[in-house]
Design a protein. Structure first.
Length: 77
């Protein structure tokens, strides 16, 4: 039976550089605001065999701050 692993990436808007991945599987990336763009990060995951299977616009608990939640999957080895 095929088994899968998943990555949940939350992207937020950074004043310097547009949309950037802020956390992966709920762990905040260090210095995320100066990191790669959402586009470059997703392409990097694609090169590692990850496939984007879902993208959704989400809000924090106050309803004010917007973020994108991206879900990637790949077959387990």
């Amino acid at each position: 039976m095929q088994m899968w692993e998943y990555r949940f990436v939350t992207c937020r808007y950074a004043e310097a550089g547009g949309w950037k991945p802020r956390s992966v599987n709920e762990e905040v990336l260090p210095d995320w605001q100066s990191g790669p763009t959402m586009y470059a990060f997703a392409n990097g995951l694609g090169e590692q065999g990850w496939e984007l299977v879902s993208a959704a616009l989400v809000f924090d608990e106050t309803g004010d701050e917007k973020a994108y939640r991206l879900v990637f999957k790949r077959a387990k080895a």
